[in-house]
Design a protein around this ligand. Sequence first.
Ligand code: 5GP
Length: 180
Amino acid sequence: MLVVVLSGPGGAGKGTIARALVEGDSELSLSRSWTTRDRRSDDAEDAYLFVTRSEFDERLDAGGFLEWNQFLGRAYGTPVPDADDARDLLLEIDVAGGRQVLDRLPGALCLFVDAPDDAELRRRLVGRGDGSDRADQRVAEASRERQEADDLGYRRVVNDVLDVAIAEIRDLIDTARAGS
Ligand code: 5GP
């Protein structure tokens, strides 16, 4: 089973790309993370499994997460994949989670979905409703994560034209499948 990790800043388009990839590929399934954060009104019905901290900790103690991390005081984790499912697995997680996946599965394909440049990233964040300060913070955080991804050997995929980015990722997945 190939594990594909999609990371990247908010505003780069990884959610849209992840949905398009699984819709167009019956051999790829999207992992559903567990989180202790509250559901937001813009979350898809199946965006996460929303759990209490004690439910999360119980699964964590039982070794039930492939990786996990805290973000703004909330826990997020990828359940250990079902060994009976032959499909490849797509994870939409942060770079700290990608690091844990690479520790356990060195053959994972890790991709950093990025905006063409900081000005465009900022423009997209503001377009999604971030205020000016918040957008600046996220652009700075993106640059830190980009460096970390680089150090880990992530491939960077620039999402300028959406269909081009999706096609590029499909090619990278095909190549990784051929080699695995
Ligand atoms: P949000 O609360 O906006 O949905 O997600 C916050 C951050 O947590 C995003 O960077 C997202 O990619 C990351 N995230 C979501 N699920 C997981 C997970 O299972 N593991 C890790 N490490 N990060 C996750």
